[in-house]
Write a protein that binds this ligand. Structure first.
Ligand SMILES: Nc1ncnc2c1ncn2[C@@H]1O[C@H](COP(=O)(O)OP(=O)(O)OP(=O)(O)O)[C@@H](O)[C@H]1O
Ligand SMILES: [Mg+2]
Length: 281
């Protein structure tokens, strides 16, 4: 380790010992979206998340990076309680939105998942029409009553997802008839149709070609004006391009959290530097 990094690392570590909040809001003064403190998660006997403390800022893109198995997907799922669906999971610590712990027993999980939507690695449209893929959840949540209102909402979500022009003449064809990149934008339209606060994206472009990937990256940049986006990527260029903040995970720990520019130009930890520069796979 060279001296400069050693020095920076010791500064980073002394200001952020294990379990201390990891807060990076020095310059920007963004509003807080999700506050996580001392989050621990076990799958049976195996601990997958260790003392994670992080502030996620509203209407920004936060990228989660780190080697395979370091806990990125597990962490994302903690934010809308999707780990509840996995047997043998034990969670400790705080995940707070609007002053409420999402894990408290009174929390309505359906309402939570409306506020914190998710887009997965593999596009997974429902086996229904393009229209129904978008209209279904708003109807279930009673966000629309009249048909005209529903049509309007479907159009808006598809426009915001950058898909309207490609599908407006075939809204009643199956969602699965679209290309992979279009299907992923349909899944984004479905996620935003219920007006969530936060959209979680777990490697949303890893199954897509470069052009579809660029389209989704552009879309993330537009969507962050309305939504808080937390995305996982193995593509360092993508994180550098789309994210305002980047969090580096390693073996279940949050090693470094920084604004993206600092993370990629002047990482404060040797582990993050090694990962970003490809010395660690
Ligand atoms: N359902 C599960 N049951 C048991 N262990 C699990 C489960 N899901 C994940 N794990 C374990 O938890 C750890 C973190 O996994 P996770 O999927 O969160 O990693 P990741 O960072 O998303 O990896 P990748 O980049 O490969 O997607 C791994 O050791 C994994 O084996
Ligand atoms: Mg994962």
């Amino acid at each position: 380790m060279n001296m400069q990094i050693a020095e920076r690392e010791s500064v980073a570590m002394s200001s952020q010992s294990a379990g201390q909040p990891v807060v990076r809001n020095d310059e920007a003064n963004h509003d807080l979206s999700i506050r996580v403190r001392d989050l621990n998660l076990w799958y049976g006997q195996t601990q997958a998340l260790k003392n994670i403390s992080i502030d996620i800022f509203q209407k920004n893109v936060t990228a989660l990076i780190g080697p395979s198995g370091c806990g990125k997907s597990t962490f994302l799922r903690c934010l809308n309680r999707m780990n509840d669906l996995i047997r043998g999971v034990r969670i400790e610590g705080l995940v707070e939105m609007d002053g409420r712990d999402v894990n408290e027993s009174r929390m309505d999980e359906v309402a939570l998942r409306r506020r914190v939507g998710m887009v997965f690695q593999k596009p997974n449209p429902f086996p229904k029409s393009i229209y129904e893929n978008v209209a279904y959840a708003p109807r279930m949540h009673d966000l629309v009553s009249r048909k005209a209102e529903q049509d309007e909402l479907v159009e808006k979500a598809l426009r915001d997802a950058g898909l309207w022009n490609e599908v407006k003449d075939k809204l009643h064809q199956p969602g699965t008839s679209l290309s992979g990149g279009q299907q992923q934008r349909l899944c984004i339209a479905r996620a935003i149709a219920v007006q969530p606060d936060v959209i979680l994206m777990d490697e949303p472009t890893s199954a897509l070609d470069p052009i579809s990937t660029a389209t989704i990256e552009d879309l993330m940049d537009k969507l962050k004006k309305q939504f808080t986006i937390i995305t996982v990527t193995h593509n360092m260029q993508q994180a550098a391009r789309v994210a305002d903040y980047t969090a580096f995970f390693h073996l279940g720990e949050l090693i470094e959290y920084n604004d993206t520019k600092t993370m990629f130009s002047n990482p404060h930890t040797k582990k993050a530097e090694d990962y970003i520069t490809g010395r660690y796979g």
